[in-house]
Design a protein around this ligand. Structure first.
Ligand SMILES: Nc1ncnc2c1ncn2[C@@H]1O[C@H](COP(=O)(O)OP(=O)(O)OP(=O)(O)O)[C@@H](O)[C@H]1O
Length: 251
């Protein structure tokens, strides 16, 4: 059974059909990229996975259970984490504190935040936070406030905040947008490494170098419809994809 099963999803905004009969299966342990031109419906689809939007019709099953109608925090607690296009970190807190919060929130629910400073001093929680910061290459900066980080490092911190929750499914919305080539390369390496943990990933990305170096499978959206799906080699060779996307502005 696929970890994420999207069946016949439709979504319209005031008469504009943003998603039209979308089907998508994401297999456990894979990196699945969703690509397509601007306005194709990628963010709308991702928002249907995290409870920010509900499909008008169709189903979204995660681990066999429906996500439709669940609140974002319920979907998060079920094991789905998301890295946003614009990093969402707690600017006034240290990196270590930023990574500690999601651990406690995931484990103990929202009440954990009240007791966060006291619990944050616990050794097991601190050790886990340190371990994850090491993984993303930010351990040396752990005492720094997050607001002072570069955009690329904020994204790495946000990734750490997701990884610490030990999600089954990680959704990455343009993880390298706005990054320099060097930072993009670093992020590709990092995402490859965290693949070794068997976290299933869905990635929306315009940068084809990122897509082709990470994805096992690729779904191509155009005007709200999946026009092609396959492995990177077949997607590269697909004439419809070249016309709709690869030959366009993001080639
Ligand atoms: N909240 C909304 N209200 C009205 N229209 C919307 C809304 N969100 C998205 N749309 C429209 O739905 C269509 C799909 O948009 P969406 O943002 O999902 O595309 P995208 O593939 O993510 O594009 P991009 O690559 O530019 O981020 C677009 O025509 C967009 O204008």
């Amino acid at each position: 059974m696929s970890l994420l099963q999207v069946q016949m999803v439709n979504k319209s905004f005031a008469g504009l059909r943003a998603l039209s009969d979308v089907n998508l299966n994401v297999e456990e342990g894979t990196v699945h990229a969703i690509i397509g031109p601007n306005g194709a419906g990628k963010s709308t689809l991702l928002n249907c996975f995290v409870g920010r939007l509900a499909p008008d019709t169709g189903s979204v099953l995660f681990d066999g259970k429906s996500l439709v109608g669940l609140a974002p925090h319920e979907i998060n607690q079920a094991g789905v984490a998301r890295v946003f296009q614009t990093p969402e970190v707690f600017s006034d807190l240290t990196l270590e504190e930023n990574v500690t919060i999601p651990t406690l929130a995931r484990r103990d629910g929202p009440f954990a935040l009240n007791a966060w400073r006291r619990l944050g001093s616990r050794r097991d929680v601190r050790e886990k936070a340190m371990h994850i910061l090491e993984d993303v290459g930010l351990a040396d900066e752990r005492g720094r406030t997050a607001g002072t980080l570069s955009r690329g490092d904020k994204r790495r911190l946000e990734l750490a905040m997701c990884l610490v929750q030990e999600p089954k499914l990680l959704l990455l919305d343009e993880p390298t947008a706005g990054m320099s080539r060097a930072d993009t390369e670093k992020t590709i390496e990092l995402l490859k490494r965290i693949g070794e943990r068997r976290i299933t990933k869905v990635i929306i990305e315009h940068d084809m170098q990122v897509v082709f170096s990470l994805a096992h499978r690729i779904s191509v959206l155009a005007q709200g419809t999946v026009i092609a799906e396959g492995d990177p080699a077949s997607i590269k060779a697909d004439a419809r994809v070249q016309e709709a996307y690869l030959g366009g502005t993001h080639a």
